[in-house]
Design a binder for this molecule. Structure first.
Ligand code: FE
Length: 199
């Protein structure tokens, strides 16, 4: 059972003007597709061949000899989660259950947004900014390269890609502007709230 590139859940130009069709084309059709192809190549003939994606991620994380496979498999998972973390109707009102938890665990919505943007801005080099459930509380985390919260026993609710390929076409070097726009106008709160309900 080979890993497959998922279709985007919206048209390539649906996130414009905040994220261009050009970015989506490069990011989904080229970068994500390459992670899927490479993951299939590396899993084939490995001890993890045929296992579900999450199991491949968990087990290759613990085995330094499978570090190359971890990177490709986790990047496939992270990008699949990223596409659904955004919506053409992004930002705006937060479903009540999630909004209440954000206020409880961060003090205010502004404090949460500030923490999220800061995590993305201060992730040195390539990586990801996440909203997760960690030991029953909402938390903001950042990870390097392909690393993700699954390997730390946390439940991810949504993620922003802060690799340069995610924003360079539209924002050039202005990663802080990308993150502020992302949390105000692109984040899919319904997806995050649904993940919280399942957590
Ligand atoms: Fe990416």
């Amino acid at each position: 059972m080979a890993f497959e590139l998922p279709d985007l859940p919206y048209a390539k130009d649906a996130l414009a003007p905040h994220m261009s069709a050009e970015t989506m084309e490069l990011h989904h059709d080229k970068h994500h597709a390459a992670y899927v192809n490479k993951a299939n190549e590396l899993v084939s003939g490995s001890p993890l061949e045929g296992k579900p994606l999450e199991a491949v991620i968990q087990e290759s994380w613990k085995n330094p000899e499978l570090g190359g496979l971890f990177n490709q498999a986790a990047q496939h998972w992270n990008h699949s989660f990223y596409w659904t973390s955004m919506s053409p109707n992004g930002g705006g009102d937060i479903p009540g259950n999630l909004e209440a938890r954000l206020r409880d665990d961060f003090g205010s919505l502004d404090a949460f947004k500030e923490a999220f943007v800061q995590a993305g801005v201060t992730q040195f080099g390539s990586g990801w900014a996440w909203l997760v459930v960690d030991n029953g509380k909402l938390a903001v985390t950042k990870t390097s390269n392909a690393e993700n919260p699954l390997v730390h026993g946390q439940t991810p609710l949504m993620v922003c890609d802060v690799w340069e390929h995610a924003y360079y076409v539209d924002y050039r070097n202005r990663r802080p502007d990308f993150l502020k726009t992302w949390i105000d106008s692109l984040v899919n709160w319904e997806f995050a709230a649904a993940n919280l309900d399942k957590a």
